[in-house]
Design a protein around this ligand. Structure first.
Ligand code: IPM
Ligand code: MN
Length: 349
């Protein structure tokens, strides 16, 4: 019996999660596996009423689940940063979800903003370190509020943290079995402490993976190549901040936030899956948001809990619908409502 913790969250989160759960119900029937869900209200609305986000007791509760399914975090009336750190980052850090896995795959070239790119040209995965770097929250103000003010924000990189991430990326690249190429995306020419450690670790671990070819790209050049030669990439490993930035660009070249999904993974613990776009307040409650990113996130969740066949069926249905039905992947322009897109996926399972 799988136990799925569901956090619909804010904005359009509940709408897209509803479609994901619709697909879960159908796919569980088809592949005959039992599951139960429990809804956790870690939302901006709840915060406004109770001043609560996610506390240590909630974390202990979440540890009892097979996986977590998250909609979106971010409420227009809550000061930016509170829900992000209090909910999303709190869960990522407390459950030690040290990998943020973000596939970038173009399902229909019609939806790619790049000229002359075929579906097979955009098919890579970003392995983003998810527990350290600039996200660690280390730093300080000096002389705050004065003309002499200094704000220091530290990028914190440990050998253990870097190595477990790099190792995961090599293993993932081997298992994926496509180009068998792993690119380290960094900034060795300027950030000479952090990226020296990353580079040394990367090439040391690489010796254990002679079947994988290794490559290095500076992060600025990486963004250029995402646009110019995305077909060069297979698996990319990078730190938390760079991974955050390049995966938004990755989402755009795969067709937009409507289709981009990711997993916050603790390979030895409880992982959390989410559409990577935000809560999209302006589309909330209108039944126009694209639920496919959330449905793809559900597919990743299924693979993570061991239901590979169900995961593949969900992805195949998404591909079919994206190739034969939708007019666009953007909110309000799909030619179908949010719930109709969910129904289409169920019909195509
Ligand atoms: C993401 C988001 C988060 C991040 C925010 C909401 C804290 O942008 O998942 O990429 O920066 O990691
Ligand atoms: Mn981001």
């Amino acid at each position: 019996m799988y136990r799925i913790a569901v956090i619909p969250g804010d904005g359009t989160g509940p709408e897209v999660v509803r479609e994901g759960l619709k697909v879960l119900e159908a796919v569980a029937k088809k592949f005959n596996f039992p599951y139960e869900t429990k809804i956790f209200d870690f939302s901006g609305e709840r915060y406004l009423k109770t001043a609560k986000t996610v506390d240590d007791k909630d974390i202990e509760e979440l540890k009892k689940y097979s996986a977590i399914y998250l909609g979106a975090v971010g409420h227009p009336d809550v000061k930016p940063g509170i829900l992000e750190t209090g909910v999303l980052l709190k869960i990522r850090f407390s459950l030690d979800q040290y990998i943020n896995l973000r596939p970038v795959k173009l399902y229909n070239p019609k939806f790619c903003p790049l000229k002359d790119k075929r579906a097979e040209d955009i098919d890579f995965v970003v392995v983003r370190e998810n527990s350290e770097g600039l996200y660690k929250g280390m730093g300080e103000f000096r002389n705050k509020g004065t003309q002499e003010e200094i704000a220091i924000q530290i990028s914190y990189n440990t050998r253990k943290g870097v190595e477990r991430c790099v190792r995961y990326a090599f293993e993932y690249c081997r298992r994926r079995n496509k180009k068998k190429k792993l690119t380290l995306c960094g900034k060795t020419n300027v950030l000479t402490y952090a990226w020296d450690l990353w580079e040394r670790t990367f090439y040391e671990v690489a010796r254990e993976y002679p079947d994988i070819s290794c490559d290095y790209a500076h992060v600025d050049a990486t963004t250029m190549w995402f646009v110019k030669n995305p077909e060069w990439f297979d698996v990319i490993v990078t730190d938390n901040m760079f991974g955050d930035i390049i995966t938004d660009l990755g989402a755009m070249i795969q067709g937009g936030m409507g289709i981009a999904a990711g997993g916050n993974i603790n390979p030895e613990g409880v992982s959390m899956f989410e559409p990577i776009g935000g809560s999209a307040p302006k589309y909330t409650g209108k039944n126009v948001i694209n639920p496919l990113a959330a449905i793809c996130a559900l597919g990743m969740l299924l693979e993570n809990i061991g239901e590979e066949k169900a995961a593949k069926a969900v992805e195949d249905a998404v591909i079919k619908v994206v190739q034969t039905k939708l007019k666009s992947l953007a909110a309000g322009k799909m030619g179908y409502s949010t719930s109709e897109v969910g129904d289409l996926i169920v019909e195509n399972l």
